[in-house]
Design a binder for this molecule. Structure first.
Ligand SMILES: C[S@@+](CC[C@H](N)C(=O)[O-])C[C@H]1O[C@@H](n2cnc3c(N)ncnc32)[C@H](O)[C@@H]1O
Length: 202
């Protein structure tokens, strides 16, 4: 099995290309630079990726979180990564050569159908860095609802946000438990929300 997991692309060149994509589409890209590797590792731990079989990433960007997720994932695990920005998708295709990774160039709401195809029992975890506070509320609601419906009963949804208060009440509409922590070693400091007990379609 091919399993070459690179370090996250954090070179000056990739920082610059990320910033350029931010300038071309601020709302969708939502951050001026890729996430730090420390945040990615922390999200992998919060999502219990080392014990997971089927994990989904929402908003893979240039792979800053994808790389630590793959580093934490068991050899027989699978990671499905959604990314809608075509230049980032191209970059992901050339960066990662890992048979456990499936790249999906469509919006994260499609995870409902992915569950039917790939994991009828539900996914173990979803790790998300979509910039919800910049998106129309119905889009956020659609993605969170689909995420909750795609998780298995004990599944975990971990979200990275920079807005201090926006997402928690929206997550609480789809999950019975939501915890938050601040990760200060990131510029800007990152807010990590861990949601459990998905309500699914009930
Ligand atoms: C803040 S960036 C994070 C990128 C990367 N994960 C990181 O941490 O550096 C958010 C990413 O979410 C992607 N995105 C936005 N809306 C999306 C959607 N509906 N489905 C999938 N990806 C989406 C954007 O194109 C962008 O790459």
């Amino acid at each position: 099995m091919s399993q070459r997991t690179p370090s996250p692309p954090a070179s000056g060149q990739s920082m610059w290309s990320f910033f350029r994509e931010f300038l071309s589409n601020r709302q969708r890209v939502g951050a001026v630079a890729p996430t730090s590797v420390g945040v990615g590792r922390r999200m992998a731990r919060l999502a219990h990726v080392p014990e997971a079989r089927n994990v989904v990433e929402f908003g893979a960007g240039t792979g800053a979180i994808t790389a630590p997720l793959l580093a934490a994932l068991p050899a027989d695990g699978r990671l499905f990564a959604y990314e809608i920005h075509e230049p980032f998708l191209d970059q992901l295709r050339t960066t990662f050569d890992d048979a456990r990774l499936t790249l999906l160039g469509e919006s994260a709401e499609a995870v409902r159908d992915l569950r039917e195809r790939e994991a009828p029992e539900g996914f173990d975890a979803i790790v998300c860095s979509i910039p919800f506070s910049l998106l129309p509320p119905p889009v956020t609601s659609g993605i969170l609802g689909a995420g909750a419906a795609a998780l298995k009963p004990g599944g975990i949804f971990v979200a990275l946000q920079y807005h201090p208060t926006y997402l928690k009440p929206l997550l609480s509409q789809h999950f019975d438990s939501v915890r938050r922590e601040v990760f200060p070693m990131n510029i800007p400091p990152a807010l990590l929300l861990t949601a459990r007990e998905p309500r699914g379609d009930r």
